[in-house]
Design a protein. Structure first.
Length: 149
């Protein structure tokens, strides 16, 4: 069964992808929840026309994301937190703190687009975070966690 996705679904596909799923999954979950529509011939024609019109706008969005990625490349953040005498952080450093640090540097990035490679940052040290600016544009930044004095 072919379905045209209306939203991004993790591990399935992105918005406007035409995917092949099992009939029960499409009929009982994707279509009733509003995540997709049945890919009939007429729906495919409408989809193709919409994609053709949207291609130019998508190219501009990707170019903007690539410009921002070029500015973020090589950026290193330093986050000061309260720590114990052994170097353990009280709490943890999360994507909200990284987003606030980026805002201080002049980059307005949503915290939901920031992925921390390790599970949680709970000790002083150097870490890496990935910022997903576009589905095809990702940039890695270095995060240095230091003890607050």
């Amino acid at each position: 069964m072919e379905v045209i996705l209306l939203t991004d679904i993790a591990n399935i596909g992105h918005k406007d992808d035409i995917i092949d799923v099992k009939p029960g999954y499409g009929r009982n979950y994707l279509i009733p929840q509003g995540y997709g529509i049945l890919a009939t011939e007429s729906a495919k024609k409408v989809h193709a026309e919409n994609m053709r019109q949207r291609a130019h706008k998508e190219a501009q969005i990707k170019a903007t994301a690539e410009e921002l990625a070029a500015k973020l490349e090589g950026l290193s953040l330093s986050i000061a937190t309260k720590t114990s005498s052994t170097g353990k952080i009280f709490g943890s450093v999360n994507s909200i703190m990284i987003a606030e640090s980026l805002t201080e540097k002049g980059f307005d990035i949503d915290r939901k687009k920031i992925l921390i490679k390790s599970d949680a940052i709970k000790e002083v040290g150097s870490y890496s975070a990935t910022i997903k600016l576009h589905r095809e544009v990702k940039v890695d930044i270095a995060v240095e966690v230091v003890s607050e004095k």
